[in-house]
Design a protein around this ligand. Structure first.
Ligand SMILES: CNc1nc2cc3c(=O)[nH]c(N)nc3c(CCO)c2[nH]1
Ligand SMILES: [Zn+2]
Length: 373
C-alpha cells in the first residue's frame, strides 16, 4: 500500500490510454467509471454491491453533504469513508456545478457563490477556500478545484469571463488545499466549445500544477457531436503523465468515444438514475423494462451478463416489480447497469493493453441496435 498519490500509464492504443492510479486507499484502474454517491450513498446499492460491480472509486458531492448532514458532522463521525462504509478511494466534486444546477437565489461574485439550500432554504456560501475545507473534512482522496461551469449555449465573452474566473479560483483552491501527502487536487479545464479558450485554460492550470486534470464544462446540453469535437483537441492540451477526468459523462457510447479521445476517468448518474426509472443498458441496446412486451418474457435482460439480476430473474419478473414500484426493482436494475458500465471499462482496459481497441470499438458498435430492444 502506498502513502503517495501516483499515476502509472501502462499502455496506449491510438489516443486511448490504460493505467493505474495508486492512492493510500487503493488502486484505480483506468479508464475508470465512477458511480455517483451524491448523499453518501450510491442510491439503491450497498457499498459491497458497488464494489462487486467492479468499481474502484466513487464520487461524493460537496454541495449535498455540506447541506445535510454537514461536513463537520461527517468529520466528527470519522470522515466520509467510515460514514458510508466505503474504504476505497472517493473523489468529491467541489460544489460549484451543483449550486448552479440545484440551489436557489444564487449570487456569484469574485469571492465565490452565496445561495439558498434546496433542502431547507437556509443561506450558504461556497468559495474556493470553503470548498477545500469541506472536502478535507470529508476526507476525500481526490479533491476537485472550486469552479464555475457555465450553462451552454453561452456567448464567447461569457465563456471567456467564466473560464478566467475559474482559473483564478483554481489558484486559490491550490493555495487553500495545502500540503496533503496521499491526497490529490485536480484542476478543471473550462472554455466551452472554444478551442483557444480551452487551450488558455489548460495552460493556466498547468502553470499552477495539479495531480490530475478534468475536462469540465461539457455534458451540459451541447450534444454528443459537439462534445466529441471538443474532445478531439482538449485532452491533448493536458499533460500525458497525469489522469484526465471528463466530468458528468455519460451514455455507453459517450464513454467509449471519450476513452478513444484520451480520457482516463468519468462519472455519471445515468446508470443509477436510469436503473430507478426502468431504463436498462445492455450490450445490444436499451431495454425499457416497463414496456408491456416484457410481461411474459422468461429470458434475462442479457443472456451474456453475470450480474445478479441477469443470473436470477426474468424480464417478466423485473417488469412486474417495476410496475408494482417494489424497491427490489431499483436495486436489481441499478446493479445491472453499474455492472454493465464496469464491464465496458474492463473491456476497454483489456483491449487497449492488447492493442486491439479499434476492433473492440467496432464490435461494441456492431452489437448495439439503435433504439429499444
Ligand atoms: C452531467 N454533466 C455534467 N457536466 C459537468 C461539468 C462539471 C464542471 O465543469 N465542473 C464541476 N465541478 N462538475 C461538473 C459536473 C458534475 C460532475 O459529476 C458535470 N456534470
Ligand atoms: Zn445483468
Amino acid at each position: 500500500m502506498t502513502e503517495r498519490f501516483s499515476f502509472d500509464l501502462k499502455a496506449t492504443d491510438g489516443k486511448a490510454r490504460t493505467g493505474v492510479i495508486s492512492t493510500p486507499r487503493g488502486e484505480v484502474r483506468t479508464p475508470a467509471f465512477m458511480p455517483v454517491g451524491t448523499a453518501a450513498t450510491v442510491k439503491a446499492m450497498m457499498p459491497e454491491s458497488v464494489r462487486a460491480t467492479g468499481a474502484d472509486i466513487l464520487l461524493g458531492n460537496t454541495y449535498h453533504l455540506m447541506l445535510r448532514p454537514t461536513a463537520e458532522r461527517i468529520d466528527r463521525l470519522g470522515g466520509l469513508h467510515k460514514f458510508m462504509n466505503w474504504d476505497r478511494p472517493i473523489l468529491t466534486d467541489s460544489g460549484g456545478f451543483q449550486v448552479m444546477s440545484l440551489a436557489g437565489l444564487r449570487k456569484l461574485t469574485e469571492k465565490g457563490v452565496t445561495f439558498k439550500s434546496h433542502v431547507d432554504g437556509s443561506k450558504h456560501e461556497l468559495t474556493p477556500e470553503r470548498s477545500m475545507e469541506i472536502q478535507r473534512l470529508l476526507g476525500s482522496d481526490i479533491v476537485m478545484c472550486f469552479d464555475e461551469c457555465p450553462a451552454l449555449p453561452a456567448d464567447r465573452d461569457r465563456i471567456a469571463e467564466s473560464m478566467r474566473l475559474s482559473m483564478r479560483w483554481a489558484e486559490r483552491s491550490r493555495e487553500a488545499f495545502g500540503d496533503r501527502p496521499g491526497h490529490a487536487l485536480f484542476g478543471i479545464m473550462q472554455g466551452g466549445l472554444e478551442q483557444d479558450l480551452r487551450e488558455e485554460s489548460a495552460e493556466a492550470l498547468k502553470a499552477i500544477g495539479f495531480e490530475g486534470y478534468a475536462v469540465g464544462g461539457l455534458a451540459v446540453g451541447e450534444g454528443q457531436e459537439a462534445m466529441f469535437d471538443c474532445l478531439d483537441y482538449a485532452p491533448d492540451f493536458l499533460p500525458t503523465d497525469t489522469p484526465r477526468y471528463l466530468m458528468g459523462v455519460g451514455k455507453p457510447d459517450d464513454i467509449v468515444g471519450a476513452v478513444a479521445r484520451g480520457i482516463d476517468m468519468m462519472d455519471c448518474v445515468l446508470p443509477s438514475r436510469s436503473g430507478r426509472t426502468g431504463q436498462v443498458f445492455t450490450r445490444y441496446g436499451v431495454v425499457n423494462i416497463k414496456n408491456a412486451r416484457h410481461a411474459d418474457d422468461p429470458r434475462p435482460l442479457d443472456e451474456a451478463c453475470s450480474c445478479p439480476a441477469c443470473l436470477n430473474y426474468s424480464r417478466a419478473y423485473l417488469h412486474h416489480v417495476f410496475r408494482s414500484n417494489e424497491m427490489i426493482s431499483g436495486m436489481l436494475l441499478t446493479w445491472h447497469n453499474l455492472h454493465y458500465f464496469q464491464e465496458i471499462m474492463q473491456g476497454m482496459r483489456d483491449a487497449i493493453a492488447a492493442g486491439t481497441f479499434a476492433a473492440w470499438q467496432a464490435e461494441f458498435h456492431a452489437q448495439r441496435a439503435q433504439g429499444d430492444i
